[in-house]
Design a protein around this ligand. Structure first.
Ligand SMILES: [Zn+2]
Length: 960
């Protein structure tokens, strides 16, 4: 299952992935006076957990007789119940003879137990009762699920059996090897993974220098190593109650949860196994300093200074990593990031750290996306960063930064919002492996004191001998190929001369100033109405406001700001202009976003299928001040150098589109097919060539002048706040226009359409959608309830039974008033043509299966969707989503969820069966499919009978 260990930051991922939508400013929230204090909650065994004063849940820590540590979380408002169990074993413990074994075992554990032998049993059970489950392997192995509370006990019974008597039958070994292989295949051209592999090579004999995912080659019978035997041995050797940590979350009272924990988990065997974490020491005299040249699959241009650091997780309460990352990544005036940007050398700089990346070692790295000019100055930029580190050593270890970071973390902790139980359980069960029990919730926020010594200890490791300088671009002199990953590399020693040159001062540098946006007031003023009401309707501007229904104790709010100009993206050229505008808005103002983020506010572009929509979230106190800045920078003219720099970045990221995970590309192409205002890659690239900076400035001015401003606010605002925000943004413009949702495909009965594209990757992908035109809420309700059953059948057949691919999904796929179903599969096994036939056959055969569905099973599916639809939102953001979706589609009664709930309640089994026949097997249905033909199989492709191909999407869009 998903291996979550290796992800790029969202912004970098976006920049290298070719996606024109950006997530930025994720991360910390903050401010000054703390109204509440962290609370320690007593647990019956005497263990206290430090939790937020805003956290109403009850916690209890217990240790079962078999030494299994358990944290129980009782949350009367939880509608689903969850559990997560982590095991202190992971990829660093793989035997050399079977690399990927920890991950493989994670897969095999789901394949039946003595009392529940059906390999699909757990998943079927989950699907029937509104559940979901996942697992991932990194330095740990973590298993988790959530389910409707009515079936929590049985779920715990099944789940706990994995750790008592898994069958691990030889007959499933081959199937799951293929699943693991497909998972690897999906990711093999992902640069983040390949670079990780190169970095590990530098660690020589350290166990991190292994292949962690596994594939058919690494997981196989060898002369002295039989896979199945090794699997059993690995389980016996590493799975023991004393190395496991369990978290249970439900609405039950604590005493009842304690009984559940005892009943189901106290008979997991305790083998008293020592922690298997690696202790191998790295000799840095031999290790560094190195330069790695890496040729990526994308067109990214990066300079990365990666320092290998000792695992300092035990310093979590004094936060040396966070302290230094704060200084290193700052874009306040005079800092390297600010100056390098001003010189046109840098697009993005961020600092990333993981002290347990390699188990007993980790890394802290400065990642810089460079411009063409920056690429010519890599030695100088490296020198500037090394000099900045010296400045920090001399003057930066200052208590004032500690105060600022602590304020920010305190505010974040004191007003902590809930996340869903599923993720929370997983997060806590991992944290239990790393932090003292008291701190498993608070560890990321806890900043007990200013500890000069721990910061200096870390600074002493940010030195050349622990440094790897990464030069990443298409132009690198790199010939070596990697085993198991695409991407070439070369490793060189850094010369004495080069390191000497770092001593020469190049530019004067300054340390950052303090933050201007820390909130000062946490006064609460949520509006009484919970459904948005129009509070402003003037020429050129409209605004709606609602208070939160569930989170009135939060001094936060969510704002959508929309500049509505429905013809802003009619042509490919306009789409590029629009994309450039957004990109410049983000990249040119990183210092502002960073400062806002540290003060607990986030800004990001949203909903790219519309015109310009920005989302502003977080503490409301300083939001009006931030909005004034946004107003200024949106209309600030772009300079010629800024234009050239960002245009280059945009073109490179567009050209890198085909290196994204293939199934994600298919989904993007499907959106491009269905929506106007979106264009294909080659068309966008051609349009990009023709644009000038003057055109961009004219475009921005005109688009702003012709826009109707719309504001939707939910949370801690009063009418005066909303009016103030709207007034700040409206400026001089007074264009009034009525709302127009951008045109999309209107499927017609009998249409059978395909978009076929050749793709440079090895795998092939099919993304098929089936629509019942104008089926509206009744149809959408049927699709929703059906999706629970259909997903399971599709997944079981094509992935579990036939092992055709790792990414295999079926889901509801509504399109405006049309109800629909979607089926997606990426396969290293079948050609595109075979995929098409296989999925089509499945759709035919599934009908018979659906006819046999019992009333009882139908009711379960229906109930679990109803529970999900009526669930209380976990936080403000989730609450806001219900309304913002309606608002963007101009459904101003804000009642689409209520209508869907009514339709799901009224649905019968016969309705649902009828819906499937109509949508998939009748002349009333319409089909659209995206086919990506990979390179591994033959290229000839014949469409299914009755299908025709769309060649040009722009022409197709004119039919909308
Ligand atoms: Zn996996």
């Amino acid at each position: 299952m998903k291996n979550k260990a290796f992800t790029l930051s969202a912004l970098t991922a976006a920049i290298v992935s070719g996606s024109l939508t950006f997530t930025f400013l994720s991360g910390c929230t903050g401010n000054t006076l703390s109204s509440g204090k962290a609370v320690t909650k007593e647990a019956s065994s005497g263990q206290k957990l430090i939790v937020s004063p805003n956290d109403q849940r009850q916690y209890q820590a217990i240790t079962l007789p078999n030494q299994l540590e358990v944290v129980l979380v009782s949350d009367p408002t939880a509608e689903k119940s969850s559990a997560a169990l982590s095991v202190d074993v992971g990829w660093l413990n793989d035997p050399k003879s079977q690399q990927g074994l920890a991950h493989f075992l994670e897969h095999m554990l789901f394949m039946g137990t003595e009392r529940y032998p059906d390999p699909d049993g757990f998943m079927k059970f989950m699907d029937q009762h509104g559940g979901s489950r996942n697992a991932f392997t990194n330095q740990l192995t973590n298993y988790m699920f959530e389910i409707n509370h009515s079936h929590y006990e049985e779920a715990l019974d099944r789940f706990s059996d994995f750790f008592k008597s898994p069958l691990l039958l030889p007959e499933y070994v081959d199937k799951e090897r293929h699943a693991v292989h497909s998972e690897w295949s999906l990711n093999r051209n992902q640069d983040g993974w390949a670079q990780r592999k190169v970095a590990a090579k530098l660690l020589a004999e350290h166990p991190a220098n292994q292949f962690w995912i596994g594939n058919l080659e690494s997981l196989a019978d060898k002369d002295n190593s039989k896979l199945h035997n090794e699997l059993l041995a690995f389980y016996q050797k590493h799975y023991s109650a004393n190395r496991m940590k369990l978290v249970l979350i439900s609405s039950d009272p604590l005493p009842q949860m304690q009984l559940l924990a005892q009943r189901f988990f106290s008979d997991i065997e305790n083998k008293n196994i020592e922690s298997p974490r690696p202790t191998a020491q790295i000799d840095f005299k031999k290790f560094g300093p190195k330069r790695v040249h890496y040729v990526p699959n994308t067109e990214s241009q990066l300079l990365r200074l990666e320092f290998t650091i000792d695992n300092n997780l035990s310093d979590f309460a004094t936060k040396p990593n966070k302290f230094l990352a704060h200084l290193l990544s700052s874009e306040m005036p005079g800092t390297p990031a600010q100056q390098l940007k001003a010189m046109g050398l840098l697009d993005v700089l961020y600092v990333d750290y993981d002290p347990a990346w390699y188990g007993n070692y980790g890394h802290l790295q400065i990642v810089m996306a460079l411009t063409e000019a920056g690429m010519q100055q890599r030695p100088a930029i490296t020198a500037i960063m090394m000099q900045y580190l010296d400045l920090i050593r001399k003057k930066g270890v200052d208590q004032k930064y500690f105060q600022e970071i602590r304020t920010s973390l305190n505010n974040q902790f004191n007003f902590m919002e809930k996340t869903d139980g599923f993720s929370y359980a997983a997060k806590l069960s991992s944290a239990m492996q790393y932090y003292p029990l008291a701190s498993i919730v608070s560890a990321p926020y806890q900043y007990d004191k200013f500890d000069k010594a721990s910061i200096e200890a870390l600074l002493a490791q940010l030195v050349p001998e622990r440094l790897t300088v990464w030069h990443i671009s298409q132009q690198e002199p790199a010939k070596q190929k990697l085993n198991y990953f695409e991407g070439r590399y070369a490793i060189a020693d850094l010369s004495e001369q080069e390191m000497q040159s770092w001593q020469q001062p190049l530019i004067p540098l300054s340390l950052p100033e303090l933050n201007r946006f820390q909130p000062e007031s946490f006064a609460l003023k949520h509006a009484k109405n919970n459904i948005p009401q129009k509070v402003l309707d003037e020429a050129g501007v409209e605004a709606w406001l609602a208070g939160s229904q569930h989170f009135t104790d939060q001094p936060r709010g969510q704002l959508l700001l929309q500049w509505h100009q429905p013809s802003a993206k009619r042509t490919a050229k306009e789409a590029i202009l629009h994309g450039m505008w957004q990109l410049l808005f983000i990249l040119n103002n990183q210092a502002l976003w960073q400062e806002a983020s540290a003060a607990g506010m986030q800004v990001q572009p949203e909903a790219e299928e519309y015109d310009l929509v920005l989302k502003l979230t977080g503490f409301t106190d300083k939001q009006p001040a931030l909005v004034e800045h946004i107003n200024t920078i949106l209309s600030t003219p772009v300079t010629a150098p800024q234009f050239a720099q960002t245009m280059d970045l945009m073109q490179r990221s567009l050209r890198s589109f085909e290196q994204q995970v293939q199934i994600r590309q298919a989904s993007e192409i499907l959106k491009t097919t269905l929506m106007s205002g979106r264009f294909e890659l080659d068309v966008l690239l051609a349009a990009a060539q023709t644009i000038t900076v003057d055109e961009l400035n004219t475009y921005i001015g005109q688009t702003l002048a012709q826009s109707q401003l719309r504001v939707l606010a939910q949370g801690n605002y009063d009418e005066a706040d909303v009016k103030k925000i709207a007034a700040a943004l409206k400026g001089q413009q007074k264009t009034s226009r009525s709302y127009q949702v951008s045109p999309s495909w209107q499927p017609e009965p009998g249409q059978r359409l395909s978009v076929v594209r050749s793709n440079p990757q090895a795998d092939s992908t099919l993304f098929r959608t089936q629509f019942l035109p104008n089926a509206d809420y009744a149809g959408k309700a049927a699709a929703k309830v059906l999706s629970g059953h259909l997903h399971q059948a599709f997944f079981n057949q094509l992935r579990t039974e036939e092992q055709l691919g790792y990414a295999v999904q079926a889901f509801e796929f509504p399109l405006n008033q049309h109800a629909g179903l979607g089926f997606a599969i990426q396969s290293p096994v079948l050609s595109a043509e075979q995929l098409q036939q296989r999925v089509d056959l499945f759709l035919q055969q599934y009908s018979a299966k659906l006819e046999q569905l019992s009333e009882q099973d139908f009711t379960k599916l229906q109930q679990s969707q109803l529970l999900e639809l009526q669930r209380m939102p976990a936080n403000l953001e989730e609450e806001f989503k219900t309304f913002s979706n309606d608002w963007l589609r101009n459904r101003l009664n804000f009642d689409s969820r209520q209508k869907l709930i009514a339709a799901v309640s009224a649905l019968t089994l016969a309705d649902m069966q009828h819906f499937y026949r109509q949508t998939v097997m009748s002349e009333h249905s319409a089909t659209m499919q995206i086919i990506l033909q990979g390179q591994a199989k033959e290229q000839a492709l014949q469409l299914l009978p009755g299908f025709s191909a769309i060649d040009d999407l722009a022409t197709f869009h004119q039919t909308f």
